[in-house]
Design a protein around this ligand. Sequence first.
Ligand code: VG1
Ligand code: CO
Length: 539
Amino acid sequence: MIRTVASQAYSDQKPGTSGLRKKVTVFQQPNYAENFVQSVFDVIDGKDGATLVIGGDGRFLNREVIQKAIRIAAANGFGRVVVGRGGLLSTPAASNMIRIRGALGGLVLSASHNPGGPTEDFGIKYNIANGGPAPEPVTEALYQRTRTIDRWLTVDADDVDLDTLGEVTVGEMTVEVVDPVADYAALMERLFDFDAIRAAGLTMAFDAMSAVTGPYATEILERRLGFAPGTVRNGEPLEDFGGHHPDPNLVHARALYETMMAADAPDFGAASDGDGDRNLIIGRARFVTPSDSLAMLAANAHLAPGYKAGLKGIARSMPTSAAADRVAETLGVPIFETPTGWKFFGNLLDAGMATICGEESAGTGSDHVREKDGLWAVLLWLNILAVRGESVDAIARDHWATYGRNYYARHDYEGVDSARADALMTELRGSLAGLPGRTVAGLRIATADDFAYNDPTDGSVSRNQGVRILFDGGSRVVFRLSGTGTSGATLRVYLERYEPAGGDLDRETGAMLADIVAAADEIAGITRHTGRSEPDVIT
Ligand code: VG1
Ligand code: CO
């Protein structure tokens, strides 16, 4: 029996860079999660008898929202829901599950690297049949629907036992609780040479940050690849991630960093985020920036079985450094520059125009799924290390000696008053026309614009995707506001300086970027607008 529940619309359910992210307390308002899920179902076609994948990163509220979503899916005509045991599916595993089950789409419940718990963050994202985040036309229709929705549909049914594998019926729909790891691990075994990695005898440390990658990493790294027990740290997914930010950067994965800088460091260190789509790569005494990692993976991907035919193209988000562009040029394949957020890569991957994609925010992935994939990046690195028989540091130095080095950092100003952040961006956009030709902090501005993306596959245009200022010689600063935060605004300032092969390739990043940092403040008035003299986080 389908029941209709009267509801009132909320005005703040606009999906951001990666779905709807809010405080848990916001999601706990009456009808809030139900409205959003029903709005998704109201704007998509083909639900009758279709399969829907549901899974999340295990954070607080995950199980509760899954139970609600299952009943709403049953009332909306779905034939089957596939859900990971314990309500768990990493974001890349969910993407894979949607693809291999021929699902209409999936609900991915996560706020990624944001903290979890009763007073922290939660999120819901809808992914389409290709396994990737819904593109802008879908998220826009979804947002419009949330503004007018006045009811949601459900069935009266008991909660599903999410901890027992097998099938049960909810209304007229089948719910299948599946092993969240098995299909994903099998995919990784097809892409990478597990024998070669095993034979290389490498040592490593992997920090799962008490988030969703724990079970995946334990199965793949310790059981299948034979890394020593204890290689995976913080491998138990916790609802509050142990009170930490599951954000794999040098601030929040400090312990791993210290392990890797110590005299007795293992060969390789890595970490992933709350939902398993990001990666941090650190060799012994060598941190690799995500932008560099993308370039190095692209340059060496042919060493792994899944990519031995070579790459069709490389795609990167606009704020990501141009290191990958030089690799694409050498390989003779196209490079694509997209707005921030994985949803823009899906069309390029579907069209066979790109094979590898990446973002400066520790996201790398390929056409094996339609999300970024943390463990995928770790395994590709391991495969490359095993085949080359060299250290991360040696591979990085060799890369820079060949292509030059893009010194890179991102400065985040978090929790800025939204009105002040908006004022900064408005003033900056207003000043663009007058910037070219001016010299600030000793750097001459060559071009300045607000990035717009023309999707080559469908001709759609996405405007206002970030202000970029290019200096003579290839240095650059980019300004944009985060679209994933849940309180106030976060200003992201992306700084990049190119040093050609034969130049200063072994310097400290901060020193190499100092003049660009000064120029950025002068151009945008960061201190004047935000009252901050230092960023909160440097990655
Ligand atoms: C951030 C990153 C972006 C990433 C997004 C989702 O978005 O900058 O590169 O795709 O998070 O990643 P923003 O709008 O806050 O800059 V995840 O791991 O949160 O799904
Ligand atoms: Co994530």
